[in-house]
Design a protein around this ligand. Structure first.
Ligand SMILES: [Ca+2]
Length: 232
């Protein structure tokens, strides 16, 4: 009898906790998963995201750029991938801006692998970033917004000014370094929730920016199968 009552209490407690965490649910979710094959999702908003001889349309390389080329030997989609060769003294990034409907949820994803990746001391070597531009055309300061939100709101992403960065480790805690097989990174963003909780100008988010930043590490990084899709 005691056991049954304990179970009932546990059930009620978990219902309560579930209800509370539901109220403070994350506006952003993300995952990193090892994969061996990949099919581009339907409705991709990024033209040539499967990499067919060039960077996907709209991807812009900036900063003191690391070398990149199209690799026709290593890829999981189409005929090639983008290969970045990182050098200790170079810093580079590639980003794309996408116009979005603020009433939608979106998922951004890409597949990637690394070889001999050695981050600089206390550094990330690879950092994935997400930016939001509001209805007034201004970048939203995620740091200020996240300081007022529950700790789990961005699911472990670290705010840095106007950008939210994904962690520098895999979900099992292993650092993003060395040599790996292909893995899939996906970030889902609930724009109606984010626009409200980030107090977006005009009440809306009009533009998403996704960035891959390579900073002062050495090694190789491949990118393939990049996509953005609206999701329910
Ligand atoms: Ca490809």
């Amino acid at each position: 009898m005691l056991r049954r009552r304990t179970l009932v209490n546990l059930f009620l407690t978990s219902l309560l906790l579930f209800g509370l965490s539901g109220l403070a649910s994350a506006g952003i979710d993300w995952s990193i998963k090892p994969i061996t094959e990949f099919t581009m999702p339907a409705g991709n908003m990024l033209a040539q995201g499967d990499v067919q001889g060039a960077l996907p349309l709209g991807w812009t390389p900036t900063y003191n750029w690391v070398t990149y080329s199209i690799d026709s030997e290593n890829h999981l989609t189409g005929t090639g991938s983008v290969l970045f060769e990182l050098q200790e003294t170079a810093r580079g990034r590639v980003y794309v801006d996408i116009g979005v409907d603020s009433n939608q949820k979106y998922k951004v994803g890409w597949i990637t692998k690394i070889a001999d990746l050695a981050p600089r001391e206390n550094g990330g070597a690879i950092v994935w970033g997400v930016f939001f531009k509001d209805g007034n055309g201004a970048w939203i300061n995620c740091t200020d917004a996240l300081a007022l939100l529950p700790e789990d709101y961005a699911k472990g992403m670290e705010p840095s000014g106007i950008v939210i960065r994904t962690p520098r480790t895999f979900e099992d805690g292993n650092p993003l370094s060395g040599t790996t097989g292909w893995f899939l990174v996906e970030i889902t963003m609930d724009l109606p929730k984010l626009a409200k909780d980030f107090n977006a100008g005009g009440g809306v988010i009009r533009t998403l920016r996704f960035e891959q930043l390579f900073d002062s590490g050495t090694g190789k990084v491949w990118l393939d199968g990049m996509y953005v899709i609206p999701v329910k």
